[in-house]
Design a protein around this ligand. Structure first.
Ligand SMILES: C[S@@+](CC[C@H](N)C(=O)[O-])C[C@H]1O[C@@H](n2cnc3c(N)ncnc32)[C@H](O)[C@@H]1O
Length: 360
């Protein structure tokens, strides 16, 4: 790499001059050269020194290795400027990082670069060991179709994640998990702590759509908070991991039940009716439809809390709140507080809404 050596105090003047001629190499920074400064020269700088620069020395030195600060920088370095700019509008601008996994949507136009994209993402994210192309959700359990494009196949889809102080295993190739809802789960913990103080006893908690158990992990880790947990998920691949996660985090030796059935059938077991102080309902596309068969799981003798999440047309939020009030009234659960509010947008017309109801 060629550098033009100039007196320190004239650096800015000569830098501007080189820029005006497209002779400055912007990829590299200006370096100290004894008590002078060395300005990096672009490939357009002429081989024969221009007359006005003959007083200055040209030196050859190795350019410092630059580390790109995002995966796109790595990709550009890998495939070259020309290819990079040709497909500029298609490169993924975001991706999910779940434990050691990167999950990314790739447009058809750039699928042929899948290997280069995964290589760049692995170079940028030192913790990541596998990159999956996201082919969208499918089936009753809404599991992502994930195509491994980088990293070892033998590692499968399992990875450990840490959320709200708890560690647990998820496998996005087998079931649903989103790190984006971690804040909601923290709020659930805060509600539970408040409820325990109000009731002056440990809580019975039911998560009928528990997935890998991200909402339950901080609850069972909280000292003296929980008496009993019923964790359920209809996907058998998920409940196997859910069970391991609950056992691994159950330092308080809480009584646990793990079930794999349709949540709407939990109420058929007479022991479950009216048992739970806290009920979580996270099946956002069907929450409202399932709710009539879940409410009676709640204890009706003292304060109980329902925390649920639903995807809904934003203009129908008020209607949803009225329907929920009617449902609770018809089942003779007096509501003392109700919060129904959008947490984030889901589509141009739909929102992801949080529902929180306190009874008695
Ligand atoms: C949106 S995920 C929520 C998982 C977890 N609660 C979380 O927050 O990450 C919904 C879960 O419900 C499960 N599921 C779908 N239909 C069900 C049903 N009828 N009864 C019980 N679980 C069901 C799916 O397998 C999935 O794991």
């Amino acid at each position: 790499m060629r550098y033009l050596v100039v007196p320190s105090q004239e650096t800015e003047i000569w830098k501007e001059y080189l820029i005006s001629k497209e002779w400055l190499e912007r990829k590299y920074s200006i370096e100290n050269e004894g008590d002078k400064r060395a300005i990096p020269l672009s490939k357009f700088f002429p081989n024969k020194l221009p007359a006005n620069l003959t007083n200055f020395e040209i030196i050859e030195k190795n350019a410092p290795i630059i580390t790109p600060n995002d995966y796109l920088g790595h990709l550009k370095k890998h495939i070259g400027d020309i290819e990079f700019h040709k497909f500029e509008e298609f490169w993924p601008q975001s991706f999910d990082l779940i434990g050691e996994l990167v999950i990314v949507k790739i447009e058809k136009e750039i699928e042929k670069f899948a290997e280069e994209i995964s290589h760049s993402m692995l170079s940028q994210n030192k913790r990541a060991t596998r990159v999956f192309q996201d082919l969208g959700v499918q089936g009753e359990f809404r599991v992502r179709r994930l195509n491994l494009i980088g990293g070892s196949k033998s590692l499968g889809g399992e990875t450990k994640v840490k959320e709200n102080g708890a560690e647990f295993v998820v496998d996005p190739t087998k079931g649903y998990y989103s790190p984006r809802l971690a804040n909601e789960r923290l709020e659930t913990l805060e509600c539970a702590i408040y409820l325990k103080q109000k009731l002056k006893r440990k809580l019975n908690i039911c998560d009928p759509y528990a997935g890998f158990g991200p909402a339950l992990m901080p609850l069972i880790k909280e000292s003296g908070l929980v008496n009993y947990i019923l964790a359920n998920d209809l996907n058998p691949e998920v409940t196997k991991i859910l069970e391991k996660n609950l056992i691994a985090n159950n330092k308080e030796k809480i009584t646990l039940q793990i079930k794999c059935k349709d949540a709407r059938k939990l109420i058929e077991n007479p022991k479950n009716g009216g048992l739970f102080d806290l009920l979580l309902v996270n099946l956002p596309h069907s929450t409202i439809e399932h709710l009539p068969l879940l409410v009676r799981l709640l204890n009706n003798n003292s304060t109980a809390i329902l925390r649920a999440w639903s995807i809904i047309e934003s203009e129908k939020i008020k209607q949803m709140e009225d329907d929920i009030k009617k449902l609770f009234t018809s089942l003779k659960y007096p509501i003392s507080k109700i919060i129904v509010k959008p947490v984030r947008t889901y589509s141009p017309t739909q929102v992801y809404a949080k529902i929180e109801i306190w009874t008695n």
